[in-house]
Design a protein around this ligand. Structure first.
Ligand code: C5P
Length: 234
């Protein structure tokens, strides 16, 4: 597979065309940003770890019947994926109050939620990714009601699969963000699933093993990502 023209460079990834019009190549970078780009840094080794971790989760989800964009990992920091027409909605699922939810609702971080909470955010850098609801999604024509229902159902299924997989690995899935896109009339799970996009807490100690270590200057960022990989890889 030939690596072609650079199509898009984001905060954490670059997307290239390949010689197959149905396939893109994703390159994971060490760059990290937080707070809508206000905080910038690099986390050495992050690109390789997020590539591995995402490939591992996509493989697991495919095995459990979730349609994803993932095709194969082709190098330390690169994977091949199916091309997607991105649906500009970030779907967040939460099991435990943390981050923006804890702040917005005045809940103590770590409060267990009696059932998963699903939220939608409009992917827009200019607007700072505002939270939206199903009416906003219809008004902006971001997805049809059927598509939105499918996104929510899939996100909750992914939550169940990941929680069950992570529990014996002593990782609590606090919350995570998913993105989806359209490919040949089907909706596929896209983007990445990594400590950049999920909150993972050690089940016993509550230690944060995710990007909050970078966001909150807790130190040990690379070690935390590496620890997540070790627990997944056994
Ligand atoms: O910041 P907040 O608490 O809303 O984040 C919820 C979850 O979504 C976290 O796991 C965070 O890593 C993820 N997220 C993300 N990309 C964003 C916003 C949040 O991956 N732009």
């Amino acid at each position: 597979m030939q690596k072609g023209e650079l199509l898009y460079e984001g905060k954490a990834k670059k997307i290239y065309r390949t010689d197959d019009p149905d396939v893109y190549l994703v390159e994971y970078k060490d760059d990290a940003t937080a707070f809508n780009g206000l905080k910038k840094g690099t986390i050495s080794g992050k690109g390789e770890l997020n590539n591995r971790i995402s490939a591992h989760f996509f493989h697991l989800l495919e095995e459990k019947g979730i349609a994803t964009h993932f095709l194969e990992q082709v190098s330390e920091r690169e994977m091949l994926v199916r091309t997607l027409e991105i649906i500009p909605i970030e779907v967040v699922v939460r099991n435990i109050a943390a981050g923006s939810l804890a702040k917005r609702l005045g809940l103590e971080e770590g409060t267990a939620l009696p059932r998963p909470v699903v939220e939608y955010y409009y992917k827009s850098d200019e607007l700072g990714d505002p939270m939206i609801n199903d009416d906003h999604i219809a008004a902006l024509n971001l997805a049809t009601p059927d598509e939105l229902a499918a996104l929510k159902k899939t996100a909750l299924t992914v939550n169940n699969i990941l929680r069950e997989y992570l529990a014996p690995r002593r990782l609590e899935l606090v919350d995570f963000k998913l993105e989806f896109g359209r490919h040949r009339g089907k909706i596929l799970l896209g983007d990445e699933i990594s400590p950049d996009t999920c909150r993972f807490w050690d089940t016993r100690t509550g230690e944060k093993l995710d990007k909050d270590r970078f966001r909150r200057d807790l130190g040990g960022v690379e070690e935390a990502y590496r620890e997540v990989w070790h627990r997944l890889a056994g």
